[in-house]
Design a protein around this ligand. Structure first.
Ligand code: ZN
Length: 314
């Protein structure tokens, strides 16, 4: 039995929100369906932020409703506040990712509140979730953005990250996500922080959200794996960018992440060949947007183990 590693696709949210191009709802649904068919079972499908702030994701309700029809798909939606959560309750969404920035400056720029005020908001969100009927009670994860550094404040002290992570876990978050929003992290910092936060908040799982802004995305994955993390966010074609570095690359590439994990012996449940095919949907619908990915360029090597096992499982 191979050990499981979870790959969560966040391109439909993190990827699309940082592009100026708009992807039609039909294309998003095609993308969602194709990744689901490739075996992806964790997808952050959209974001419940005000449509005037993120017109790219104004069709969140339609995309969520479609995703809810895919059997066995663990879909989640990003929420910045209680208002976003209310949109989730209305749809009966089963998982929400509440995002706050550990850096006060970044949090104020994003949601016009201090980090502590966002933690307080998380408490309200969890309380409202618990008031829902059991079959409509969503799981709430807390995403700690700028956990490895901030484009506004620079250094983000590790003790502060640990404190906010613990407060979020105590507030009732069922999962903590340490996010390197601007690509300031490095493998040593990742390994240290994951070890510490995992010990602090256990048994609450700690997941990883890395950007490849400075080329360290997969190295950071390896460091988090070493620390014991087993769930990773990624974006197809590495879609997404960084508002503070316009030419920068985005999230780590889902295809390359799946390749690395499977090659290392982990089981992701994802068929890499079929996943690579999904790139065509992005190429057709986002003309001019650079599509990243080393495996897509070089091809799957002949000694790739999951080629055989994926066929056997089919
Ligand atoms: Zn991100």
């Amino acid at each position: 039995m191979r050990e499981r590693a979870v790959v969560r696709e966040v391109g439909l949210r993190d990827g699309l929100q940082s592009l100026k191009e708009m992807m039609p709802t039909e294309a998003k649904i095609g993308w969602l369906e194709a990744e689901y068919a490739a075996g992806v079972r964790e997808i952050e499908v959209s974001s419940f932020v005000p449509p005037r702030l993120l017109p790219q994701l104004a069709d969140a309700e339609s995309v969520v409703r479609y995703a809810q029809g895919l059997k066995g798909l663990n879909l989640s939606v990003l929420i910045p506040n209680l208002k976003g959560a209310e949109r989730g309750f209305a749809l009966g969404v089963s998982a929400m990712n509440f995002v706050l920035s550990v850096s006060d400056g970044h949090n104020r720029a994003n949601v016009r509140r201090s980090t502590e005020e966002s933690v307080e908001e998380l408490r309200h969100v969890v309380a409202r979730c618990r008031a829902q009927p059991p079959d409509r009670r969503p799981r709430v994860a807390c995403v700690l953005a700028t956990a490895f550094g901030c484009a506004i404040e620079g250094e983000v002290p590790e003790d502060r990250v640990r404190r906010i992570a613990l407060e979020a876990a105590e507030a009732g978050a069922g999962e903590i996500v340490l996010a390197d929003t601007v690509g300031y992290g490095n493998p040593a910092a990742v390994k240290r922080l994951f070890r510490r936060v995992m010990a602090d908040v256990a048994p609450v799982p700690v997941c990883a959200h890395f950007h490849d802004t400075r080329g360290l995305g997969l190295a950071n994955v390896l460091a988090a794996l070493d620390a014991g993390a087993r769930a990773f966010d990624a974006s197809l074609c590495g879609l997404g960018g960084c508002p503070y570095a316009p030419a920068a690359t985005g999230n780590i590439v889902t295809e390359d992440l799946v390749f690395m994990l499977e090659a290392m012996g982990f089981e992701t449940g994802i068929d890499l060949e079929r996943l690579l095919e999904v790139r065509k949907i992005l190429a057709a619908n986002l003309p001019g947007v650079p599509l990243m990915g080393a495996v897509a360029k070089a091809g799957i090597p002949k000694n790739f183990p999951a080629r055989r096992s994926a066929r056997a499982a089919a």
